[in-house]
Write a new protein. Structure first.
Ligand code: SF4
Length: 365
């Protein structure tokens, strides 16, 4: 395995990163893969080709209209697990309701969950509000610009921190999300069958190495756009790809007939075409349905446990109350619902309170 990994590792020499002179200058850097790989192309050629394509073909997405760090944060959280076309209208509505970090921090959690309703993965909304509260408490209501500081915020990982740093603050920061990883892997390593040779460390290192100086945000967005619209996980549209002539996977496909993508059924744990049915009966499915049902209530109102069961499950039976209580208990632990018990009846509601703990740190960072 180790020998194979080394054989698949693209070698970039001699200079790494930065926007290089145009190819005509003769100072171009070449990407050379270890045998039997062919030359992949030139760094400058790749950068110029992709950025020129992006200038003409970039997707018009609402979060790209403003470099406001808070807007970037909201968009990045919404885009986790949710596609851009679904996020776009919700993003605008969310910012209208909570236009600043302070507005989000001081809102009730119930209001935030109502605004999030339908996007799924409701824990993201809680994390977003937790970040807003921390920003108000420790950073005077602003998001820090440095990656290490951003990563200290609750729920902010390396990708989100780098995205905020490059998109909002113009920092020279590479990002690696699922789309970027796939595009870089295919460009520099080859077809998906060799994906195991392209782990986290290599992906981040390569992303940093090919980052053009001064256009990090555009470059990151361009890679995302290629990954989302052309170099998709299933059936990449190589003939329409601006990078076709520079792509290792395309070379492998044309020269050896190796498929670029991996059939879903060949991936461990993936049962082609069966995911929706499996999800429909899962605990996550019912957690989502419970939160959604509660967002339909008037603010401040709750619903008895037994009635909640009937709302979220058509054939809900009395013996399932214990199961439902367990699901609700998990939601309460995560801060997504409130549970009150009075006269032997359990009532579930959204957590309306929760603003009292937001106060600026007297010594903000
Ligand atoms: S040529 Fe094909 S595999 Fe290569 S980056 Fe473009 S779409 Fe992806």
């Amino acid at each position: 395995m180790e020998a194979e990994e080394q054989a698949q590792t693209p070698v970039i020499a001699p200079q790494q990163g930065g926007l290089l002179p145009p190819p005509a200058s003769g100072a171009a850097v070449r990407f050379t893969a270890v045998a039997p790989k062919p030359r992949l192309g030139q760094a400058t050629e790749l950068q110029h080709t992709l950025l020129a394509w992006y200038d003409w073909h970039k997707r018009d997405l609402p979060w790209r209209h403003s470099p406001d760090p808070y807007a970037v944060l909201v968009s990045e959280f919404m885009l986790q697990q949710t596609q851009a076309d679904r996020v776009a209208p919700r993003f605008l509505a969310f910012l209208e309701q909570f236009p600043t970090l302070e507005a989000l921090a001081t809102a009730s959690t119930a209001a935030v969950l109502r605004a999030w309703s339908g996007l799924g993965y409701n824990v993201r909304a809680l994390r977003l509000q937790a970040i807003a509260r921390e920003a108000v408490r420790s950073y005077a209501g602003r998001l820090p610009a440095e990656i290490d500081e951003l990563m200290r915020l609750p729920g902010v990982g390396r990708y989100t921190a780098a995205a905020i740093a490059s998109f909002a603050y113009g920092r020279q920061a590479a990002t690696v999300d699922t789309n970027i990883r796939r595009v870089l892997r295919r460009l520099f390593v080859g077809v998906d069958a060799v994906a195991a040779a392209f782990g986290d460390a290599k992906a981040w290192q390569l992303a940093a190495d090919v980052l053009p100086l001064g256009r990090a945000a555009d470059w990151n967005q361009a890679l995302m756009d290629v990954g989302a619209t052309i170099c998709t996980a299933r059936q990449p549209a190589c003939p329409y790809c601006p990078l076709e002539a520079l792509c290792q996977a395309r070379h492998d496909q044309l020269s050896g007939g190796t498929p670029i993508d991996t059939p879903a059924s060949a991936k461990p744990g993936v049962v082609s075409g069966r995911q929706p049915e499996r999800f429909a009966g899962s605990s996550r499915y019912y957690r989502g349905r419970i939160v959604r049902a509660l967002t339909q209530l008037e603010p401040g109102h709750g619903v008895p446990l037994a009635r909640l069961g009937q709302q979220i499950k058509e054939d809900f039976a009395g013996y399932e109350t214990t199961w439902l209580a367990g699901v609700v208990e998990g939601l309460a632990r995560d801060g997504l619902v409130s549970v009150q018990e009075a006269d032997g009846e359990v009532t579930v509601s959204l957590p309306e309170a929760g603003v009292s703990d937001v106060s600026p740190d007297p010594n903000p960072a």
